[in-house]
Design a protein around this ligand. Sequence first.
Ligand SMILES: NC(=O)c1ccc[n+]([C@@H]2O[C@H](COP(=O)([O-])OP(=O)(O)OC[C@H]3O[C@@H](n4cnc5c(N)ncnc54)[C@H](O)[C@@H]3O)[C@@H](O)[C@H]2O)c1
Length: 393
Amino acid sequence: MANSLHHLRAGIIGTGFIGPVHIEALKRLGVQVTAICGSTQSAQATAQKWGIPEVYGNYDYRSMAASPNVDVVHITSPNKVHVEQSLAVLAAGKHVVCEKPLGMSSSETELVVAAVKNGGAKGPVFAVNYMCRFFPAVLQMRAMVQRGDLGKIIHVQGHFFQDWLLHQTDYNWRIVASEGGKLRAVGDIGTHWIDTVSFILGAQPKSVFAHLETFYKTRLRPQGEVKTFARVDRKTMEPYKVNTEDFGSLLLKFGKAKHSFATGVHANASISQVAAGWKCSLALGIYGTLGSVRWDLQQPNEIIVGRRDEPNQILQRATAGFSEDVSGFTDYPGGHPEGFPDSHKMHYRAIYEYIASKKKTPLLFATADDGHHEVQLCEAILQSSKEQRWVTL
Ligand SMILES: NC(=O)c1ccc[n+]([C@@H]2O[C@H](COP(=O)([O-])OP(=O)(O)OC[C@H]3O[C@@H](n4cnc5c(N)ncnc54)[C@H](O)[C@@H]3O)[C@@H](O)[C@H]2O)c1
């Protein structure tokens, strides 16, 4: 199976923070990265750095999608162009791996769902990059919930905290609603938390009560484009009104699960991009009648199993504590840490094996339907926060 991945050729749209993460993961898998698309200068520089033969400058993604040397297109551009690029790539008959969120509104993301459906059973594969599903710890927690190891799940609690937008002078296109979407902290990282919990439980949120807050009503921004996590020149700053949230509190009621142990679960999460000290902490705890599991992306190689009447345990990736069904998603022995770049690698391996096997391997990754559901949920969260009431999808 692994060899067949080598016949598939990838083209990447976007050369910022996450584009090269895709390139590196694909190269580690042995997938050929044949084309890159971005601004002319950065596409050329990225091609040179990574040895990519075809360069499409001036954001000319249509020409790249038409290239006979590209089978799968990875969309790593800003959110506002995800849908138009997804539709163009699908129309060219190519497979898509699109960054999250799938789009800016559910009215546009439903166009992607329809386009995938129109492609039929033999049509292109479409994946949304909710790659946190592919941390072995997440797959392990999912297996434990599905086997009933934790009993009936009672509730889920956690957070996704970062601090890279803590200062008033921190700037990124995500802060501007017309660039990144009306929800920022929740849309950008909160949806990773929700998708991860949904994947573990095998169920989707059906209703939500949310409270969103913007600490900095006015921020200061530099002129020109700023790459994610890049340091900016503070001397030439100008003020602008902020129309997206810095942090939010979410209550979620999940619906029917695929198995009996996790139906009707209640969850609560705090989401923040102004939480000093936290760099990228997606933390969650799943609490059942027989026990609990806890995990934090910042310590991705272990989970804590909690029991009421027995000692708690720390289970480590690639050791006896992790079950056999997770072993296909980890490449290094226990004690040799795997993390964020590896979750991308495992995610793309699952997608490319699905493509190479003509859709016969398990479909574990997030689909266009899942991406559309996350955007619908974001709209319900925004409505709930405005009206201060439960909103049902
Ligand atoms: N899955 C994850 O963990 C993860 C992490 C970071 C970002 N992301 C997602 O990836 C996307 C990009 O985020 P980033 O942090 O890399 O942003 P970034 O600002 O660092 O990079 C965006 C890149 O897209 C380019 N670009 C701008 N307009 C374009 C267009 N019309 N066509 C093609 N390219 C265009 C920019 O020149 C830049 O190179 C976002 O949708 C974000 O939500 C996902």
